[in-house]
Design a protein around this ligand. Sequence first.
Ligand code: MRU
Length: 348
Amino acid sequence: MSIKPILYENNVLKMIDQRLLPVEELWLEYTDYRAVAEAIKTMVVRGAPAIGVAAAFGAAFGAREIVAESYEAFSVEFEKVCAVLGATRPTAVNLFWALDRMKRCADAHRTLSLAGLKARLIGEAMEIAAEDLRLNRTLGKNGAELIPDNARVLTHCNAGALATGGYGTALGVIRAAVEAGKKVAVIADETRPWLQGARLTAWELQRDNIPVTLICDNMAGHLMSKGEIDCVIVGADRIAANGDTANKIGTYTVAVLAREHGLPFYVAAPISTIDLAIPDGSHIPIEERDRREVTHSGERQLAPEGVAVRNPAFDVTPARLITAIITERGVARGNYGVELKKLATKDK
Ligand code: MRU
């Protein structure tokens, strides 16, 4: 069983502190929406679908605090709670998707008593979490067919169980291929500067006995040129209507390298990551993070004091470099503008 990084037990949200992995497995507990917002911002929890799940519980906790005489008064306060949660990280659309879903749920149950409404919102957050786990398994099966037996698969960042409600998207495809009896070896990019590949992907694959080899980000091209990689699979933080895909910084570089070496480059993501409201990747907001992530490794200073730094946390891979986009409702290829819309509006 792959790890579930977010648990809801006895009215408490428990999240494994991803900042400390792989050295320490510490579970933090949350009952306050402000603390959940802080956990998203500081990356206790990270990965697009996991951020969405955490935000849904945050919204439900915020609702729990509201004292209001009418649904209208409740709704004004609930908007404020969602705004705090929505201001944490800008790129992963799953955050906004989850908050919208919580607001729609509140609206749909406006006639309930205040206590009933609050209970329903906790229920909705639980459903979002359970659904994410379920759909990752389906997505995994859809993608497993694309992974050949004995494949050596490169992945970037962590799109695994830790980044979701469990099982993972890109790593979910790998898990499903392994469960189908295929031999798969994963090459994990370390993913500077936050090291999601080294710290998280390597940890969760090792834990599940899936062969994994860690490389520095700048080694991928060399391994491809030596014929040591058969395909690439990554997750996504936001996919525009035309298929342009934002994912962890460095993904674009890997996609260009894959094209140069004639290797398939797959994106695995749930439908909730598709943002049909934006036509292309130029509209995706890219988070810039603290300069210290680049100048330091933990407490150790790596760069001279005062050096100019850029630290964009994501980049956009143009749709033309993507061989296929794997979702829980099927695999899109070719004309993503048409195919993604079909999948996103298809009956579940
Ligand atoms: O900054 P992070 O760690 O939240 O970024 C995560 C990624 O870029 C993942 O690849 C993406 O969210 C997909 S997770 C299934």
